[in-house]
Write a protein that binds this ligand. Sequence first.
Ligand code: C2E
Ligand code: MG
Ligand code: MG
Length: 591
Amino acid sequence: MDQGMTEEQEEARLGALRDLNLLDTPESEGFDRITRMASRLFDAPISAVSLTDRHRQWFKSHVGTAGREIPRERAPCAEVARAASTLVVPDLLRDARFADSVLARSGIRFYAGAPLVTRDGHALGAMCVLDKDPRVASDDQVAALQDFAAMVMAQVELEHDFGRIDPLSGLPNRNQLADDLQDLARAHPGAARVNILIDLADARQIGEMCSVLGPSCIDDLVKASSRTVKDALGAAAGLYHTGAAAYLLVLDEAQGGPWRDTMERMAESLRHPVACNGVPIAVDAVFGVSPFRLGEAEPRDAVRSAVSAAGDARAAGLDHAVYSPASDEANRRRFHLLADMREALAGPGQLRLAYQPRVDVRTGAALGAEALLRWRHPSFGDVSPAEFMPLVEQTALARPVTAWVVDTALDQIAAWRRAGIGLRVSVNVSANNLREPDFAHRLARALERRALPAEAIELEFTESALIGDGGRVLEQLGQLRSMGVEIAIDDFGTGYSTFSYLRTMPADTVKLDQSFLRPLDTDAKARQLVSSMIAMAHGLGFRVVAEGVETEAAREFLVECGCEEAQGYLFCRPVDPEALERWLAAQARPG
Ligand code: C2E
Ligand code: MG
Ligand code: MG
């Protein structure tokens, strides 16, 4: 009992404690049962399974106390752990070691504790009973307390050994997760948690790695990455090893902060390559995020949602995805759309361009046409670009999709020119396209290859393109314009631009959004707004195109306002190239 513990021994003891993954885990019925028995046997109000951490006594199980920890300093349980032997203190106030302890000051007088000793001989803490009155303990009671301590340890080691801890990562596995979620739900029913699935690699990548580097490379990946993630989290609490190359974190945002921060910390830590069989491998981790409430979903469903969110992220080429039960169906569709776009781009038959003429609002003569993307999805049927383009624009797909549209439109322009139809075609580009440093250069090459002048094409972009890195976008637009490509601001009036912003916008034309045109026939204020916007755009030197013109009355009003061009169902719907040719021919026919 006198022999002190060396620092090294104490570190080994703390290491053993940490490896068992007991600290900061939920209370569980298995341990609570033993604690209740101890309390009853001693007829004492308080009992606990108390683990000696570096600076605290932490209670895995407790009856009769409110908190789950007290300071380690002068705690009798810490003395039990240090000496690795049973300690009975009939009256704490009469023992110099504990008279000034937190327990004594809180009114506790009697203490009895038996050490919780691992198979390797590390004393992790104490199975203890406490009373508010001084008393003695019989030999039988002490022996029973030691038995309870042994039972606790048997359960600890059984749980640890028996298919609950992954030997490679040292993390609790899916079985333990299911139990812990159940225990958590019992302790905090309805409390919010966030499951974050960390998917290191998909099945295909794992297969490739194994065939190139040998199957043991996955072991290396798991060993290294689990260490990295644990370090990033600062502790392994709440982290589970749930798949060949997947971990799951059950996050309590009230304690760990917003999930986004935690996820970013983990993502950052996984950005460094991991040595697999000595070869550095870049981990391509994606995250599946699933907020849920304890007890409201089966533990298995709560985990499956995170897994499916990660799958969605991987399929869509995103670094993370959030599961939302409310919009599950919509999410599924969105992610399918993104996942299937690659295939649509790769083969013929799914994507095509429709063309809608832009006309002189006075005469109705065609001045150009806008190319609008059409997608016939193999299972969803026709999908509107208003649905899939906003998704595409958020991902790396924006580049190949726009490249496809530009190439197809330029081929069509060239074909029309050969047939004597000199129509300028407008193509919609997204903000991200303008951030591609070589966008203007590639467009110039594409025009060159087909011997087309820059005037053959116009680019439409929305005001939102200037949000964020506006400087780079402006530079790119300036470059395009100096090549001779016309620029139009699409959906004008719905964006974020201030008028002063507009002044510096390198554009030739603004396209008044169709939402302004719709109430024209009935609403005097709407008419006032449209005429003011047209006047202002003219004042800044832009040509004006009105979109969504459906009625003759709207057309006449636009003529009055001095609007130059219009586009809308009144003149022609977006149609395939052959139909547009027929429409043009009909226009040209006199009478
Ligand atoms: P947008 O560029 O403003 O295109 C005009 C939209 O208004 C088209 O819808 C067109 O069919 C529709 N429209 C034309 N005239 C009328 C009319 O008289 N009444 C009504 N109610 N609607 C009319 P669409 O083809 O569904 O395209 C929706 C949006 O999707 C486009 O709006 C554009 O932002 C985007 N989009 C379409 N194709 C592409 C593309 O190739 N690339 C990019 N980045 N975006 C595209
Ligand atoms: Mg447009
Ligand atoms: Mg528009």
